[in-house]
Design a protein around this ligand. Structure first.
Ligand SMILES: Cc1cc2nc3c(=O)[nH]c(=O)nc-3n(C[C@H](O)[C@H](O)[C@H](O)COP(=O)(O)OP(=O)(O)OC[C@H]3O[C@@H](n4cnc5c(N)ncnc54)[C@H](O)[C@@H]3O)c2cc1C
Length: 588
């Protein structure tokens, strides 16, 4: 066996040997490898795709970090008691207390540790509320953090291996924006035009970099997150091998001791002296697993995630008898599909803005459009079960909405009028008609029902109160709304022709069911016994959030926190308490 972590194996059965083998190069996987190295362990990251970063790279990069009173200088006023109240309320007894406690105790530590040890920085998004701010322990801001701006040029040649951001998360498909800037632009907040001009100018005037790449060197969101983690891996000499996919786990006497891999058709075996960390995502791109586990109908074309995660880690765990939980659940988000695109477009912002309504094929509203995206998907599924007419459903809006606000891949009409949209998008990506009746006929929605829903929205816009579904009632509803729209910033009549529709389906950011893990991120069997040497983090593990989604960043926050926890457990396999501190941290 290899003690120095050079990767050369002295065991003839293996091609290489490391203390820790990490499968998957999303934010969870890279965090696990960095934290393992900080514990004095050798580590390698193995990635099936030909680029690193996974879904994490295309994400908003937000991490939900409760107990932020533990992060000096942040300004948050959270407390362990409040965070615990909130998590207990949301998870409703479905997630073991020890896992929740481990998450709450370690999340702020993980953030401090990455910053102090590896220069991976985050800042609080002060006004981004929890998804249920009005529930016990909910907060109107500060729990979500976003990655600090990162100079992607500092990655050198590695940048070409980083999974690119979705064009839809870039201004004009080119210019990077952070969460705070995106909020100002989407909601036409104070100074939004000036901000847009400044951002565009900064991008276009960077002539030196422009000559080298069309990518914005200013890394934000998921690009900043995986970029800064990748640079830290490089600085720590932790290898990350692309195009190297997990095939199966190697077990010896009930303990996971290595992995079978495939690289460009070649077989490879790598030994793991301390353990294997599965961080290779969920099963959103595996139609067979979707059919087996998710509510029907379901379609891998509806996912907003890149088509890279096929449940390989989950199936490798199943083969060793691992227990599963929450397999019927996703980090749901309504999405719309685009011709020729490999992923669907998530509708995160659009629904809260005034002047739209979401209806089923009967033309009936069934949800508060501004609700958290996972809740909207649950509502679509419930209405589908009740009426059979909610998949697809439709987001209807008028000319005023079209002019002012974005809709999926369409920028506001004031910037990108219909005449500048690709011709083939009409009647495939978006539908348009001069009257509501004509629009309803075009998209196959009941005319009477749609007229009634639009009349209801007009009445609620006037009174300021949505007596049907409460749109605009919470600070979260109002986060992506128009502050100039009165009396309710989420509600305006749908009155001005032409009228528009986009088709909406119950998609997701990723699946959230998977291998059951304990408070150390160790994979367990149905009888509660551990599979020694096997850890799982991120979407291949059953979510600590249970059925819910606590706030922006509630998938990446736990993925990275349990990666940090797993590293400590790998360094001290005999230790039991999940809330003790890493040695390196107590010295920091
Ligand atoms: C548009 C969008 C925005 C989002 N914004 C946010 C946000 O702001 N905050 C948040 O918390 N969440 C967000 N999410 C969700 C979040 O990105 C994912 O839940 C998270 O990235 C999952 O992390 P992961 O490590 O489990 O998977 P990934 O980041 O997808 O990483 C898994 C990696 O494993 C690799 N892999 C798969 N199979 C194998 C194999 N057999 N062998 C080796 N490697 C393999 C994959 O190629 C991939 O690179 C967003 C998602 C989308 C789509």
């Amino acid at each position: 066996m290899n003690d120095q972590g050079t990767g050369r194996s002295q065991d003839a059965k293996f091609d290489q040997t490391y203390d820790v083998v990490v499968i998957g190069s999303g934010a969870g996987g890279m965090t696990a490898a960095l934290c393992a190295k900080a514990q004095g362990l050798s580590a390698i990251v193995l990635e099936k795709a030909d680029s690193y970063g996974g879904t994490s790279a295309v994400s908003g990069g937000g991490i939900w970090i409760p107990c932020n009173d533990q992060i000096p200088g942040l300004g948050g006023t959270d407390s362990y008691a409040e965070a615990l109240t909130y998590m207990n309320y949301l998870t409703a007894g479905e997630v073991p207390a020890a896992r929740i406690e481990a998450y709450l105790r370690n999340a702020p530590e993980m953030v401090r540790f990455l910053a102090q040890r590896f220069g991976v920085k985050f800042a609080a998004v002060k006004r981004y509320p929890d998804y249920f701010p009005d529930k016990p322990g909910g907060k109107p801001g500060y729990r979500t953090m976003e990655p600090g701006e990162f100079d992607l040029a500092s990655l050198g040649a590695l940048l070409n291996q980083q999974r690119e951001a979705y064009k839809s998360t870039l201004l004009m498909g080119r210019v990077a924006m952070n969460q705070v800037e995106a909020h100002t632009l989407f909601t036409r907040g104070p100074g939004w035009i000036w901000l847009m001009i400044k951002m565009m100018a900064k991008y276009w005037l960077d002539f030196g970099w422009r000559r080298q790449s069309t990518r914005d060197r200013r890394g934000t969101l998921g690009q900043a997150l995986v970029g800064s983690l990748r640079r830290a891996l490089q600085e720590q000499d932790i290898p990350l091998q692309l195009s190297t996919g997990l095939e199966s786990l190697i077990e010896d006497n009930g303990r996971v001791v290595g992995v079978n891999l495939s690289r460009n058709g070649q077989r490879l075996r790598i030994a793991a002296r301390r353990g294997v960390v599965l961080a290779c995502g969920g099963f959103e791109s595996n139609q067979q697993m979707r059919d087996q586990y998710l509510p029907k109908p379901t379609n891998s074309a509806w996912t907003a995630a890149p088509p890279i995660n096929h449940g390989d880690g989950i199936r490798a765990g199943i083969a060793l008898g691992a227990d599963l939980k929450f397999m019927d659940l996703t980090w749901g988000t309504p999405t719309m599909t685009m011709p020729g695109a490999t992923s669907a477009s998530g509708l995160f912002v659009e629904r809260g803005l005034p002047g739209c309504v979401m209806v089923n094929q009967l033309g009936q509203r069934f949800v508060n459009e501004a609700a958290p995206y996972t809740e909207v998907v649950y509502a679509i599924q419930a209405d589908q079960a009740k009426t059979g007419k909610a998949v697809p459903c439709w987001l209807i809006f008028d000319a005023d909405y079209r002019r002012k606000y974005p809709m999926g891949p369409m920028l506001p009409g004031s910037i990108q009028p219909d005449s500048k949209l690709p011709k083939e998008w009409l009647d495939s990506v978006y539908y348009r008609a001069e009257s509501l009746e004509a629009l309803a006929v075009k998209i196959g929605v009941d005319v009477h029902g749609l007229n009634q829903s639009v009349a209801d929205i007009a009445a609620f816009s006037k009174s300021g109160t949505d007596t049907q579904f409460g749109k605009g009632n919470t600070v979260f509803d109002r986060y992506y709304s128009d502050p100039t729209c009165k009396p309710n910033t989420c509600l305006a009549p749908i009155a001005k022709a032409p009228f528009y529709a986009v088709r909406v389906q119950p998609g997701e950011l990723g699946t959230k069911g998977g291998l059951v893990t304990d408070e150390h991120a160790r994979v367990v069997r149905a009888d509660g016994s551990r599979i020694e040497g096997l850890y799982a983090v991120g979407n291949c593990s059953a979510a600590v959030m249970g059925r819910t989604y606590a706030g922006p960043g509630a998938t990446l926050g736990p993925a990275m926190t349990f990666a940090y926890i797993a590293a400590r457990s790998l360094a001290q396999p005999q230790s039991e308490p999940a809330v003790q501190k890493l040695d390196v941290l107590s010295a920091a």
